[in-house]
Structure formats: structure tokens, C-alpha cells
Design a protein around this ligand. Structure first.
Ligand code: BDR
Ligand code: CA
Length: 322
């Protein structure tokens, strides 16, 4: 088990576990820089209860039954859960692989209650990473707007700044699955780092990487290699070969500092929550493009447009030890 440093930052993960969410969770477990103090599930790739089960199973394989897991929102703020994306993440969210059951059940508290409790226990230090739709975070802000004062920072995998969307010409899945929630979270008075498709689609895991995980001879990594099989197939029409975009693990790596953002201006970001063709779009004010992307005074959202190093080697190095 990875020992986190005594100074490790407490971190809450909100996710729709999910194949790439599984990699993100595993990366956090392998990162001594942070202390994973709780995980909330949310609708998205699968339903929220199944996401919690997947999270519990992965934690058990990593020997981390100490991490509380709470079920979050079943539906977005407006409308209802759309049934997930079985053709991408499998009907169970983990590539239709049957993981050894953890034997644990989710916490009695909801994901919102867990997040709020942790924000009091670690006031001023809690870091939040969200790699699914932002419903739980929006509900927590509605429940207690002072949450922004107790959270150190928020990192979100979501959106498309200068890149096409992946569920519409302009919208990325996590934002599109709850644009109203995303609009509230990005309008709140806290520091957010947005990790959009612009950088996640440029970070790929290859078959050689998956083989390394499959052959790691450890408790969790080979299962991650199995879980990736279906997801690798999904990416063939996009990239012309079996591989995988590293959406959620890139957000966690940027939060942890394993990969650094080199171009990440603080700019106003507005989410289109209308019912038109732009629904779910993240409108990032990047008019500073030709001036070296200066920060816009008063803006609280950093939009990551470039990073210093490829994630895959670093990710595999950490995951193969789990
Ligand atoms: C995001 O959508 C989900 O399917 C992935 O887990 C990731 O969080 C990518 O658009
Ligand atoms: Ca996700």
C-alpha cells in the first residue's frame, strides 16, 4: 500500500466510476502527495449506486477499505439520468469485467453530506477533484454556500475550450450531462482548474502500457488492464488503433502535480445551459490567445491548454505498483 506523506493534502474525489475514472482513482491511491479521504459517486458513465460499488471494489483490491465511499446524485439538476454509456464503459462501468466484490457497502451518508463533513474536518486544506458530472458539487454549494471558504481548490475534468466536443459539436460529456450544475460550480467563488478535452485528447494510453498493467503481478493493476479492454476498442474509430484517451487521470495528475499545466490562463468560463445546439458548451474567454494568454482579473477558473509532459509513462509507473 502506498504510504502518503504526513503533509499529504486531504483530497475528496467525485466520480462516475467509469473506466478512466478507475484509472484516476488508482492514480490517487498511488500518489503519496495526497491523502484520499473520501469518494462520492455521481450519475454519468453508469448510475450512481453502481459507481459506488465499482469504487468500493477497486479500493478493496488496493487494500484501501478505510476510504469512505458515498452514493451521490442519481439524476442531474434538470431532467433525469440517461442510462449511461454501456458501449464505452460497459454495462457495469468497468468494461463488463467482474471485479472481486469488496464485501463493503457505501456509507450511510450521501456524497453531498460526505463532502460537507470533510470540508469541516479539513477546513482550508481540502482539495476536490471532480471527474464526472458536477451535480454533487452543485448540490453541496446549494446546501452550504460557505463550502467555498473551506475548500482549498477544485479540479474538474470537463469541457472543451478550443477543441470540439465529444457528445455534440461543442459539448463534453461531463458538462453535457448536467450543464446547470456545471454553470453553478464554475460561477462559485472558488479556484477551479478546468482540464478540458483540449489536453485530455492529447494524452493517450497505448497497448504496450495496458500490457505492462496486465503483467504487473500486483493486486489491482492487472484488473485495470482488463477493465481497459472495451474502452480501447471504443477509441479505434477516433484514433485508428486500440488505445485510450486519459481524461480523468490527467485531471488527477494535474491536481497532484505529477503533470504540470504550462498554459492555463485564469479566464471567465460560462456554461451554456440553454436548450439550443450549444447546450453543455464551456465558453472560455480565450481572447488573450495572441497576447500570451494573460490571466483575466477576477476570473477564478484556470483553463488548462497545454501540459509539460505526457501522462502515460508517469501514470503507468505509479499504477504498476498497485
Ligand atoms: C469524461 O466523460 C466520461 O465518460 C469520462 O469518464 C470522462 O470523465 C470525458 O468526456
Ligand atoms: Ca468520469
Amino acid at each position: 500500500m502506498t504510504q502518503h506523506a504526513p503533509s499529504a493534502a486531504p483530497l475528496y474525489l467525485d466520480c462516475d466510476t467509469g473506466v478512466d475514472d478507475s484509472l484516476a482513482l488508482a492514480y490517487l491511491l498511488a500518489s503519496p502527495e495526497i491523502d484520499l479521504v473520501g469518494v462520492g459517486s455521481v450519475h454519468g458513465n453508469i448510475d450512481a449506486p453502481q459507481g459506488a460499488v465499482n469504487t468500493l471494489d477497486l479500493l478493496a483490491l488496493a487494500g484501501r477499505d478505510d476510504v469512505p465511499v458515498a452514493v451521490g446524485a442519481h439524476d442531474p439538476l434538470v431532467g433525469s439520468y440517461d442510462g449511461g454509456v454501456a458501449h464505452i464503459h460497459g454495462a457495469n462501468g468497468v468494461g463488463d469485467v467482474t471485479l472481486p466484490p469488496s464485501g463493503r457497502t457505501p456509507a450511510a451518508e450521501s456524497a453531498v453530506e460526505l463532502l460537507l463533513r470533510l470540508s469541516h474536518e479539513h477546513a482550508g486544506r481540502l482539495r476536490v477533484v471532480a471527474v464526472g458530472p458536477l451535480t454533487n458539487l452543485a448540490l453541496a454549494l446549494r446546501e452550504d454556500p460557505t463550502l467555498v471558504e473551506r475548500v482549498l481548490d477544485v479540479t474538474v475534468m470537463g469541457g472543451a475550450a478550443l477543441h470540439p466536443g465529444n457528445v455534440s459539436p461543442v459539448a463534453e460529456a461531463n458538462i453535457a450531462n448536467d450543464p446547470e450544475a456545471a454553470a453553478e460550480v464554475l460561477a462559485a467563488d472558488w479556484d477551479v482548474t478546468l482540464v478540458p478535452l483540449d489536453v485530455t485528447m492529447a494524452n493517450l494510453l497505448e497497448e504496450t502500457d495496458r500490457k505492462t498493467l496486465l503483467e504487473a503481478g500486483t493486486a489491482l493493476a492487472p484488473w485495470l488492464g482488463e477493465v481497459l479492454d472495451l474502452y480501447f476498442g471504443f477509441h479505434v474509430p477516433t484514433f485508428g488503433r486500440r488505445c485510450s484517451a486519459l481524461h480523468d487521470p490527467l485531471a488527477t495528475a494535474i491536481a497532484v502535480g505529477g503533470v504540470r499545466a504550462t498554459v492555463a490562463p485564469r479566464v471567465p468560463v460560462v456554461v451554456d445551459a440553454t436548450d439550443g445546439p450549444g447546450r453543455g458548451q464551456t465558453l472560455c474567454d480565450l481572447r488573450g490567445l495572441y497576447a500570451g494568454h494573460p490571466d483575466v482579473p477576477g476570473a477564478r477558473t484556470r483553463v488548462v491548454l497545454a501540459t509539460d509532459s505526457p501522462l502515460a509513462p508517469h501514470l503507468v509507473e505509479r499504477l504498476r505498483g498497485l
